[in-house]
Design a protein around this ligand. Structure first.
Ligand SMILES: Cc1cc2nc3c(=O)[nH]c(=O)nc-3n(C[C@H](O)[C@H](O)[C@H](O)COP(=O)(O)OP(=O)(O)OC[C@H]3O[C@@H](n4cnc5c(N)ncnc54)[C@H](O)[C@@H]3O)c2cc1C
Ligand code: SF4
Ligand code: SF4
Length: 397
């Protein structure tokens, strides 16, 4: 029995190895079925570093697949029952808004240029970096080649954090960027990860099963900040096709993009509104896999931050864990913070998000069920529907 089989067997508390799941099964069921949410968990989980990111920003094989199954196991659209990760942070406490330890509406005392809402995420990270609590923070920074595309980046200084402020409405494959060798860091670095809730699910699951993750420093992440999220988008389809080609807005001339109160707003450099349209008009550019997601709140995070629930210019801050509370308390002097303005607005959006997810998810939703789903079980639920694995005529590798 290989080591990879051994861990998989132990993981589901079952007696027999369930058989190998290869990368191409993940590819058929998730990537080719257009269900990938570009979290990068499969790349991080591969112990032989066999996966990378292709030119289409999707996972691809770069070396031989050993059939260890781990890319499948940790994929939140494949073998990872994402809702079962919620108990890894919350234990027996209810998996919902009521689980929060504290909730605030907050903004920074000194304005953060380019911040999306109250600048809480940036200010919190700057405080922790300057206090020596963190060696870096994996964020999204603007691409130099493609305007308004966010790319994963490890910020290590105040200025680098500031250069990443604001929201990018595309996924960055964040977990695929945990190979930290190219950065000058101490031997046991401590970093924060900012990401959409789905990215934190895969990370939590890997951290709960200490293992050899190839070059990925899953162990280095000591703080996770989730961004409240109902959907993310394909950069090419949203920005290049819908915004630039169809509506004639030059991407390089955009000052800010916001999705708030059901609308997409795009502001020009002169602060004039270039686009104000219901977000449903852009549904075709959203990631199909997002429809299956019921984790608007980011229940696997230490802290979640969003805009809904607070007055304009403030961030809504939900504290889920002790680590999250400690981090927020350290930076407390940087914030003008009060009790969350409108909890009901967050609960309403969470309910809406779940309604869509429950109507879409072909498998039963069960936070109490085992963490992992076998490929065969996946097939039983997904085969025959519009999210079924794609059949290929021939073996492709
Ligand atoms: C795809 C997406 C969907 C969202 N949907 C909602 C929503 O439905 N409702 C809601 O209330 N809030 C939503 N948010 C969160 C909101 O837009 C703000 O990010 C949040 O309020 C934090 O604002 P801030 O001013 O405190 O953060 P800032 O100080 O501006 O810092 C934000 C940090 O997030 C990082 N970041 C930005 N985009 C990404 C990305 N794509 N992946 C990883 N890191 C990133 C930045 O690099 C920066 O460090 C969404 C964010 C994203 C990226
Ligand atoms: S959803 Fe995440 S883990 Fe699954 S294939 Fe896509 S990048 Fe990999
Ligand atoms: S809606 Fe869910 S799956 Fe989609 S990006 Fe947001 S957290 Fe990830």
């Amino acid at each position: 029995m290989t080591a990879a089989f051994a861990i998989r067997e132990g993981m589901n508390d079952i007696d027999e190895a369930p058989g190998k799941t290869w990368f191409w099964e993940l590819e058929r069921a998730v990537i080719d079925a257009n269900r990938c949410i570009q979290c990068g968990a499969c790349v991080a989980a591969c112990p032989s570093d066999s996966l990378g990111i292709g030119p289409d920003d999707l996972p691809t094989l770069v070396k031989m697949c050993t059939g260890c199954s781990l890319c499948w196991d940790f994929c939140p659209r494949g073998g990872l029952r994402y809702e079962a990760t919620w108990k890894l942070t919350g234990g027996d406490r209810p998996a919902g808004f009521e689980r929060t330890r504290n909730r605030y509406s907050a903004r920074t005392v000194s304005r953060i240029p380019g911040a999306q809402d109250g600048g809480v995420v940036s200010a919190l990270l700057i405080e922790l970096l300057e206090a020596g609590e963190l060696d870096g923070a994996l964020l999204a920074r603007p691409s130099e080649q493609e305007p308004w595309k966010g790319e994963a980046f490890l910020a290590r200084t105040r200025d680098e954090v500031l250069s990443c402020a604001g929201s990018f409405y595309n996924q960055t494959m964040a977990l695929a960027h945990l190979d930290l060798k190219r950065y000058d860091l101490p031997p046991n670095p401590r970093i924060a990860l900012v990401g959409t809730p789905c990215e934190l699910q895969g990370l939590r699951a890997m951290q709960a099963r200490p293992w050899y993750w190839g070059s990925s420093r899953v162990d280095a992440v000591v703080l996770t900040i989730g961004l409240l999220c109902t959907k993310s988008f394909n950069y090419e389809q949203l920005m290049v096709q819908e915004v630039q080609a169809k509506r004639g807005v030059v991407l390089a001339e955009i000052e800010k993009i916001d999705i708030i109160r059901g609308k997409l707003y795009i502001y020009g450099r002169d602060e004039a509104i270039r686009i104000e349209e219901p977000i449903r008009n852009f549904h075709g550019a959203a990631l199909k896999g997002c429809d299956e997601c019921a984790d608007f709140l980011g229940l696997a995070a230490d802290i979640s931050v969003g805009s809904v629930g607070s007055a304009d210019g403030y961030s809504s801050v939900l504290i889920w864990t002790e680590a999250g509370q400690q981090a927020f308390d350290m930076a407390r002097d940087r914030f003008d913070a009060r009790e969350l303005d409108a909890p009901a607005a967050i609960e309403k959006l969470d309910t809406l998000d779940k309604t869509v997810a429950f109507a879409t998810l072909p498998r039963p939703f069960d936070p109490e069920a085992p963490l992992f789903i076998d490929y065969e079980e996946h097939l039983r639920h997904y085969a025959g529907g519009d999210r079924a694995p794609v059949e290929h005529d021939a073996v492709r590798y």
